[in-house]
Design a protein around this ligand. Structure first.
Ligand code: 5AD
Ligand code: SF4
Length: 477
């Protein structure tokens, strides 16, 4: 395994949004299924529909969001969604390309699908997302007999593939969220203008394109009107958002407005160079903004930050964290850290450990450097400065342990406090539902409340990744 995270409650979903290509995204045209009958309900049962589809999502929240949009197309085309490959006529693998093992993982799934297809169970395979946008997808298509390969910029083509009449294209990222759900993602910008040495995102997702402010607000209002209680603003570098209509509005202004419209708001991912102090203060001032910040630092060494082209020094990052901690004293802070980037010395690593100590993160996603073809660092990895695997593994564990130790201490401080908890995932046969406090802690809570409701309960125990609440008091709201 070349990367992991200190957060446990994730399956294939990676830590932060990797963004999408700027142009030629789509707005779906309302459409019925090709046979002219009325569009299938999103709750269609596998037994009631003649065609079935399974969507598997790998990677970041952007991919989760893209999968939601593809799901809508598929359901509108009359498919019922199923959970197992064996039960599906159509399988969509929406993929991530950020780290090497992501491709290996997808290969495993493709091998299995290929077998099911030969046996006549699965009929069509679609590969979408970041691997679909990469050169490597051509070889995968041939090797695994894939029927449709789509990148991140042309997912609308899935509509035609599943038999919908067509999609109207636009040149701004107008990406509707999921209506009627308790929580929705709203993409405010796509792409990335940075060129971090190790990162494949700019080549698969393209340059930054921002969505107009009014357009975002309209969508937020529509979502809120249809029952959404939690809006997450998404972008690879959300805090780099600028109103493309020339109003001069920046991310701070947009967040301020969204926080007036929606009952609960969060945003991810931010870049330290774009994060303004006033935005950090706003998190503390507005009671509709969840008090958690995900701010990837990548390294604590200025030398490595320079090699990575991150555009800031470690002390500037520390200062941002001070502002956040002062503005949101109970808030939670998470980050991304890469160990073993080419050229990283023991001294660089110690500086990362020092920064981890200084910033007192509540959680972090720690990655071992993985060379991605086409990136600058992949070239460097072939030179003498490459960090041997054993060394990278040790550094990885050291950073992970430091983070976990700290997170555990911080979480234990919450024991005894009464918290208002937003239910994100229902109990569904398990002992506890999974929720989130206003300061962004993940909490397990024994309640039957539906997702989107709030319960109030006392924190009784804490682990490094999650808090455990007792029986809620009063009724869910
Ligand atoms: N190797 C290891 N980690 C990487 N990340 C991005 N590219 C690589 C790579 N080549 C990590 C960064 C980023 C997160 C989404 O994934 O920490 O913030
Ligand atoms: Fe990749 Fe850097 Fe852009 Fe993040 S900011 S998506 S790490 S290039």
């Amino acid at each position: 395994m070349s990367s992991t995270t200190t957060n446990t409650a994730r399956n294939d979903v990676a830590p932060i949004p990797l963004i999408e290509k700027p142009s030629r995204t789509h707005t779906p045209v309302p459409a019925g299924p090709p046979d002219g009958s009325t569009a299938a309900s999103h709750a269609a049962s596998p037994g009631g529909a003649s065609k079935t589809a399974c969507i598997r999502t790998f990677g970041c929240q952007m991919n989760v969001h893209d999968s939601d949009r593809m799901r809508r197309m598929i359901l509108d085309a009359g498919y019922a969604e199923v959970g197992a490959y064996e039960d599906a006529d159509l399988v969509v693998l929406n993929t991530c390309y950020v780290r090497e093992n992501a491709v290996d993982r997808v290969r495993g799934h493709l091998g299995e699908l290929n077998r099911l297809k030969r046996e006549g169970q699965v009929k069509k395979i679609a590969l979408t997302g970041c691997i679909g946008a990469a050169e490597e997808s051509r070889q995968l298509k041939r090797q695994y007999n894939i029927d449709l390969v789509l990148g991140t910029h042309n997912t609308y083509e899935l509509a035609e593939f599943v038999g919908l009449p067509g999609m109207e294209e636009t040149h701004t990222p107008e990406l509707p969220g999921t209506e009627g759900e308790h929580a929705a993602f709203v993409t405010i910008m796509t792409g990335c203008n940075y060129q971090c040495s190790y990162c494949v995102v700019p080549s698969v997702r393209g340059r930054m394109a921002c969505r107009p402010m009014e357009n975002v607000l309209e969508e937020v209002r529509r979502l809120v009107g249809s029952g959404t209680r939690y809006v997450t603003l998404l972008g690879q570098t959300v805090d780099a958002w600028r109103d493309p209509e020339g109003s001069g509005k920046r991310f701070y202004n947009l967040l301020e407005r969204v926080a007036e419209e929606a009952a609960r708001v969060w945003f991810t991912t931010s870049h330290p160079s774009n994060m303004e102090d006033r935005t950090l203060k706003l998190i503390g001032e507005r009671d509709t903004i969840v008090g958690k910040l995900h701010l990837p630092v990548q390294s604590g060494s200025d030398r490595m930050l320079k090699a990575m082209h991150r555009g800031y020094k470690s002390d500037r990052y520390r200062r941002k964290i001070e502002v956040f901690r002062e503005a949101v004293p109970e808030g939670t802070l998470s980050t991304d850290i890469i160990v073993g980037h080419p050229g990283e010395t023991e001294k660089d690593h110690e500086e990362t450990l020092r920064l981890v100590e200084d910033c007192s993160f509540d959680s972090a996603y720690v990655f071992k450097f993985s060379p991605r073809s086409g990136t600058e660092a992949a070239g460097l990895a072939k030179l003498p400065g490459a960090v041997p695997e054993g060394v990278a593994q040790r550094r990885f564990l050291e950073v992970l342990r430091a983070i976990e130790h700290n997170a555990f201490q911080r979480n234990r401080r919450k024991i005894g406090s009464a918290e208002e908890i937003y239910v994100r995932h229902a109990k569904n046969g398990k002992a506890r539902a999974i929720g989130e406090t206003w300061s962004g802690h993940a909490v397990h809570v024994p309640t039957n409340a539906e997702p989107g409701r709030y319960v109030t309960a006392k924190i009784e125990d804490a682990g490094p990744h999650v808090l455990y609440a007792g029986e809620p008091v009063g009724q869910p709201r």
